[in-house]
Design a binder for this molecule. Structure first.
Ligand code: PLP
Length: 510
């Protein structure tokens, strides 16, 4: 028989019964939590100041971190101090430091102070913005900051949007919306086993990010139905080649579905001719997606706006504030014209998510995940604390330093530029030409590639800077990408000096 709660056994008497008043676990509360949070805040502040003293690229061998970690979980809890000590001892040496000022690789993704602090508040709140009801502020702030970004980059008011974790998720969601908009009942009937469907074709340039092809795989469209349209000598999609590819697919009975124009490609930051691509998308009834994951934030600079001309004609666009705006990973903004088609492609409303609140946005309807972090907070902190002027100064400085670096490379006969510098990314390499008699110059293209490989490794080994590489026109290419809030002019200079010294050393020892 169940015992009724009485003043002895039940509600109302918890305060005098410490065993019942406290949760049955060792979670820190009150002053203990405050002290631990202060220690962590100090730790993070110290890290941000001393990151520079650490080697930017991790110097560990594969498996080294794993071998320092306990093989099984502890049976008894440990003090947080011990855990933080192990962060210093095991984790820090096993990291490539994205917040190191010498991080000039890939597209940097760094943490401005307001974004980081906003993220801390997000963690403190632990709000899950899956439905409006589960986080009205999480939902409405997200809609507002996405609209602030839209305004800041000069896109028209008909665009709405949501914050996703990454551009890969944003573009995948756009592919699903395009599939939905094609009206082929794929949501209900799927793709497999259907003889009534033509192949659905996705077009990107041969410079596009892998996320579009990956999205096409995940959307069941098939890798062989992704066309890599050739790009021109400056790595921009050739619209005539796109037109021809679309024509030949139509002639073969396939259906052109989706074209992605990239503004700021991953290898060289090239800019596809989005206006011409938009014309073709319109003529052919294709969905136009714009991947501006890296370069999109640069549209806040009025002097660069014309590079984005035509992107306002897109059906969907992605920009990543976590790349070039210091909103720390993860924060990708997906903008679209027709929220209805996004909802129609994915939304499901079983009883347990029905709230009875009408006329509101339920963010879980716009992507695969149900649970959603309160990402808008860090963007709000960032916009308000930097202001658009602060963000513009950041981006302008990056572009100026990248342009300066490109000038040094261009005027140094030992190096050559391999792509125009559109934003803050420079593609270049050592030509292999000897500077002094006695230096051994490489003799063929393979040797020049090998020289550049070794040059990059030598510079990255110094721990002072970290650059990455790509291949352009079949040539191994070095890449310097300014874009971290921690980068300084001195770091870009150090990269050039490091390259210059390492190249001399390599040519002398060969
Ligand atoms: N699009 C472009 C042009 C990129 O350069 C990248 C990554 O660098 C992505 C998409 C993917 O970004 P995410 O890591 O947010 O998925």
């Amino acid at each position: 028989m169940t015992q009724e709660p009485t003043s002895e056994t039940g509600a109302g008497n918890e305060a005098s019964r410490p065993d019942q008043a406290a949760p049955p676990h060792p979670d820190l509360r009150g002053d203990d939590f405050r002290a631990a949070a202060r220690r962590v805040a100090d730790w993070v502040a110290d890290y941000r100041e001393r990151a520079e003293e650490l080697p930017v690229r991790a110097q560990v061998e594969p498996g080294e971190v794993a071998s320092a970690l306990a093989a099984s979980p502890p049976e008894l809890g440990e003090p947080l101090d011990h855990i933080l000590d192990d962060v210093d001892r095991i984790i820090l040496p096993g990291l490539t430091h994205w917040n190191h000022p010498g991080f000039l690789a890939y597209f940097p993704s760094s943490a401005t102070a307001p974004a980081l602090l906003g993220e801390f508040v997000t963690a403190g709140l632990g709000s899950n913005a899956m439905l409006w009801l589960t986080s009205p502020a999480g939902t409405e702030l997200e809609e507002r900051v996405v609209d602030w970004l839209r305004q800041a980059v000069g896109l028209p008011p008909e665009f709405r949007g949501v914050i996703q974790d990454t551009a890969s998720s944003s573009s995948f969601t756009a592919l699903l919306a395009a599939r939905q908009a094609a009206g082929l009942e794929i949501r209900r009937l799927g793709l497999a086993g259907r003889s009534d469907l033509p192949a659905l074709i996705v077009y990107v340039s041969d410079q596009a990010h892998l996320s579009i092809e990956k999205g096409a795989i995940a959307a069941g469209l098939g890798q062989t139905n992704v066309r890599a349209i050739p790009s021109d000598s400056e790595f921009c999609m050739d619209p005539e080649a796109l037109r021809q590819a679309v024509r030949s697919d139509r002639e073969a009975g396939r259906r052109p579905l989706f074209v992605c124009a990239t503004l700021g490609t991953t290898s060289s930051a090239s800019v596809d001719p989005v206006s011409e691509i938009a014309d073709i998308a319109l003529e052919e009834g294709m969905w136009l997606h714009v991947d501006a994951a890296y370069a999109g934030p640069a549209a806040i600079l009025p002097e660069l706006r014309e590079r984005f001309a035509g992107w306002e004609r897109a059906d969907s666009l992605v920009l990543n504030p976590h790349k070039w705006m210091g909103a720390l990973v993860d924060c990708s903004v997906l903008l679209f014209r027709d929220p209805g088609v996004f909802r129609a492609s994915l939304a499901l409303t079983p009883e347990y998510v029905r709230t009875g609140v009408e006329g509101v946005t339920n963010l879980m309807d716009y992507g695969l995940p149900m649970g959603r972090r309160f990402r808008a907070l860090k963007l709000w902190f960032l916009f308000r604390n930097f202001g658009l002027e602060g963000l513009r100064s950041l981006l302008r400085a990056h572009i100026e330093w990248a342009t300066r670096f490109a000038g040094w490379v261009e005027h140094d006969p030992r190096f050559e530029l391999l792509a125009p510098v559109s934003f803050s990314t420079v593609c270049f390499r050592a030509t292999g030409a000897a500077r002094r008699p006695g230096q051994t110059a490489p003799r063929n293209p393979e040797e020049v590639d090998e020289l550049n490989r070794r040059l990059l490794d030598a510079v990255n080994r110094t721990g002072r800077v970290f650059m990455s590489h790509t291949v352009l026109h079949d040539r191994y290419t070095l890449r310097l990408a300014v874009g971290s809030v921690h980068n300084r002019a001195a770091d870009v200079e150090a990269a050039y000096r490091g390259l210059s010294e390492a190249l001399d050393a390599l040519l002398n020892t060969d």
